[in-house]
Design a binder for this molecule. Structure first.
Ligand code: SF4
Ligand code: SF4
Ligand code: FES
Length: 401
């Protein structure tokens, strides 16, 4: 017998919302392969992980022409690890598993002749796997495009008018964080929509921008940086199609290493929004749902380092915006002062957008900060030395003036 993780539904908690049937869909209907996608995606936390004993049955798969016997009922990701394959770190080029929920396609390899995700695909007897994906176009699930009135964290504040669209945007599925109050969770946890190539995504986004006469073309998420090859090809194609537009990436910054930033700028990205979210690691862990302190520290520090790097190296050519995730449930005004001081020490003119996080996904009991509270947040950051603070409020964006 073999011990495995399997996920079951706790009927007492399930609200029959349909999300796990229609959006984050299981690909192992007959026998749970323990991918955990539905466990992370259920908004009511109705999925439970059980350790189960299964008969030791094996299937034979071929990886780059070589036969391997692997346990049945596991994901291809696990089978590849058992066969000795080492996944890449998510900030490097190569096949990585940054989201694990089927959204980003960074883990995709060629399975039986077609690109497919290893993190949610169960193995089956006779499966043929090819690991060299460099010559075929990567894929990714996106939502949109849609025109946007206010844009994202790095949309230059002076471009935002009340009556006209400022940016056309798409949103990518998949994220490496597990924020319990994810503000965009229906997209983040989508693993069932059709995936598109970077050139197709760039084409429909550029068409949308031209149709609505926007100043910028933007990509947000989910977390867009997770599939590096896809994102770089996307910006290259967008640069070719969207001449005259600002090309905007909104990111959590967790995997934005210096060489990744350099490659993005080289590819045409000239507007970068980074959201380190908090000023303290404990707060960051509450916001992001990360349990592993070392992983959280790495992500938190890399986000702030990315802010510094983009400003110091590219302030002439890239417009930078910083995002902060505010709610009194996890952050006090003392921390806002610390955040203000961190950013002011890089440059007080950096555009900072504070998002008034509202109840969503699994954190439905928090209260959305009211307009007056967000104006106080703005004042605290300005008193800490910042010159360009915008706050998102329930009745619209305020600032920087
Ligand atoms: S996503 Fe969760 S709450 Fe919704 S139907 Fe599935 S198990 Fe039930
Ligand atoms: S989505 Fe993954 S974890 Fe959930 S039941 Fe299917 S195989 Fe198991
Ligand atoms: S890691 Fe498999 S789709 Fe994101």
């Amino acid at each position: 017998m073999l011990t495995r993780n399997a996920v079951i539904t706790d009927a007492a908690k399930c609200m029959d919302c349909g999300f796990c049937r229609e959006v984050n869909v299981c690909r192992s209907r007959n026998e749970c392969s323990g991918c955990l996608s539905c466990y992370y995606a259920c908004p009511y936390e109705a999925k439970k992980i059980l350790e189960v004993m299964r008969p030791s049955k094996y299937v034979t798969i071929k990886i780059d022409g070589v036969k391997y016997a692997v346990p049945s009922g596991i994901t291809l990701k696990e089978a590849l690890k058992l066969s000795g394959f080492v996944f890449s770190e998510p900030w490097k080029k190569g096949i990585a598993v940054p989201c694990g929920i089927g959204g980003c396609w960074a883990c995709a390899v060629i399975i039986d002749g077609a690109l497919e995700r290893t993190c949610i695909t169960p193995v089956r007897d006779g499966m043929e796997v090819v690991l060299d994906v460099e010559k075929i176009e990567p894929l990714r699930i996106i939502h949109g495009p849609e025109p946007h009135l206010v844009g994202g964290k790095a949309t230059p504040w002076w471009e935002v008018g009340r009556a006209s669209y400022v940016e056309a945007a798409i949103w990518t599925a998949g994220c490496n964080l597990r924020c319990p109050q994810c503000q965009n969770w229906r997209i983040t946890y989508d693993n069932s929509s059709g995936a598109v190539s970077p050139s197709e995504a760039a084409r429909i986004l550029a068409v949308c921008g031209k149709l609505y006469r926007t100043k910028g073309l933007a990509i947000s998420g989910g977390e867009p940086t997770l599939n590096r090859r896809w994102l770089i090809n996307f910006f290259k194609e967008l640069k070719r199609l969207g001449s005259g537009f600002r090309l905007h990436l909104d990111s959590n910054g967790t995997i934005l290493t210096q060489d990744y930033v350099d490659e993005l700028v080289e590819a045409g990205c000239n507007t970068i929004g980074i959201e380190p979210k908090a000023g303290r690691l404990e707060t960051y862990m509450k916001i992001t749902g990360l349990k592993d302190v070392e992983r959280a520290r790495e992500y938190f520090e890399r986000s702030w380092s990315a802010v510094k790097y983009v400003f110091e190296k590219y302030s002439e050519s890239v417009y930078l915006g910083v995002g902060i995730a505010y709610n009194a449930a996890w952050m006090g005004f003392e921390e806002l002062v610390e955040i203000g001081e961190i950013i002011a020490s890089i440059d007080p003119r950096i555009q900072v957008t504070v998002l008034d996080y509202f109840p969503s996904f699994r954190r439905r009991s928090i209260r959305r900060p009211n307009h007056g509270e967000m104006l106080r947040v703005k004042k605290v950051l300005e008193d800490a030395g910042l010159k360009t603070v915008i706050v998102q409020t329930s009745i619209g964006h305020v600032g920087p003036s």
